[in-house]
Design a protein around this ligand. Structure first.
Ligand code: G1P
Length: 316
């Protein structure tokens, strides 16, 4: 089915969400629960991604999942029995919570048989695209980029400059080895965009050693990619870690003359992919939560004071 452009204000219909990882850093929880369903306060990470994709005006989530790992898809189902039970009990707020994910996005499962890399995962999603889709978004569900809205800024840059647009953050040089790193140039001063926050990308390299990194601007889980990415991915050989890297396909496109820009995100970021990022995300969302915030603030203050007192007495 092809939808009219007005249904997709930024021209993005499909958001690709790679979710086929083993979640090893969350074992034993991830023996049975996919990492993407772990709750940030009460809402699974995948629903936060769906909310952001919906705000961009997209309608389809292409979820890349491992074989027999379709629980993430179930989160978008309708649960009529649960809705009925809650409705009978007058729990309208909870009914809304149950129904929300399914109203945000239509999920489509794409199976990745083997974990051959992020580039491989993204490449598989081509099979679910309609012919009229000339741009796709990729959202990595480990990365929460806050406040939401960076994809809309990226779409505005694409509308003005064309090509592909990625989200970047500026990190300390010693951290660049965890990321895809951009080689950048300033944009012309007269192009009407803020040259502090929008840069032209002239190269991209996956997880370089800090001393070899072309800059400290790194990719952070939000990509608006021209459909040509699929052709580039087909021609991409295994790279860093023996995996097919999305970064390498983007580098190919750049070297072949495709325009790529970054929007520099200066707000907050949480990495839901490991406990040291996930727990602060829960605390951050929890403290802002109208219902739980005040009690959580008291509890955390108390816990911190207890730990500090224990540390002080241990040091005496
Ligand atoms: C992936 C990408 C990397 C990007 C990062 C952002 O790496 O390969 O280029 O900077 O996501 O989170 P991963 O975190 O999967 O190792």
């Amino acid at each position: 089915m092809s939808l009219s452009p007005s249904a997709h204000p930024h021209g993005v219909k499909t958001v690709i969400v790679p979710a086929a990882g083993l979640g090893t850093r969350f074992l034993p929880a991830t023996k049975t629960v996919p990492k993407e369903l772990l709750p940030v306060v009460d809402t699974p990470g995948i629903e936060l991604i769906a909310e952001e994709a919906n705000a961009l005006g997209a309608s389809r989530l292409a979820l890349i999942v491992a074989p027999n790992k379709q629980e993430v898809l179930r989160h978008f189902e309708h649960f009529p029995d649960l809705v009925e039970t809650l409705s009978e009990r007058g729990k309208t707020d909870q009914v809304e919570k149950v129904q929300r994910a399914g109203k945000l996005m239509t999920p489509v499962a794409v199976e990745q048989e083997k974990p051959l890399g992020l580039g491989h995962a993204v490449g598989l999603a081509e099979s679910v695209l309609d012919d009229d889709e000339d741009v796709v978004a990729v959202m990595l569900p480990d990365d929460l980029v806050l406040p939401m809205g960076v994809l809309e800024k990226m779409a505005a840059v694409r509308a003005q400059l064309g090509g592909s647009v990625l989200c970047a953050v500026d990190v300390p040089r010693e951290d660049v080895f965890n990321y895809g790193v951009f080689d950048i140039k300033d944009i012309p001063a007269d192009c009407g965009l803020d040259s502090e926050d929008v840069k032209r990308v002239v190269g991209m390299v996956e997880k370089p050693d800090p001393e070899d990194a072309p800059s400290t601007f790194v990719a952070t889980g939000r990509y608006l990619l021209d459909r040509g990415i699929f052709d580039a991915l087909r021609r991409t050989q295994p790279g860093k870690g023996g995996e097919i890297q999305l970064t390498d396909a983007i580098e190919t496109m750049i070297q072949e003359g495709h325009k790529v820009h970054i929007v520099v995100h200066r707000g907050k970021r949480h990495d839901l992919g490991n406990p040291v990022g996930y727990i602060p995300a829960c605390v951050d969302f929890g403290l802002s939560h109208p219902q739980y915030g005040p009690a959580l603030r008291r509890a955390i203050t108390e816990i911190l004071a207890e730990h500090e007192a224990a540390e002080t007495s241990a040091g005496e």
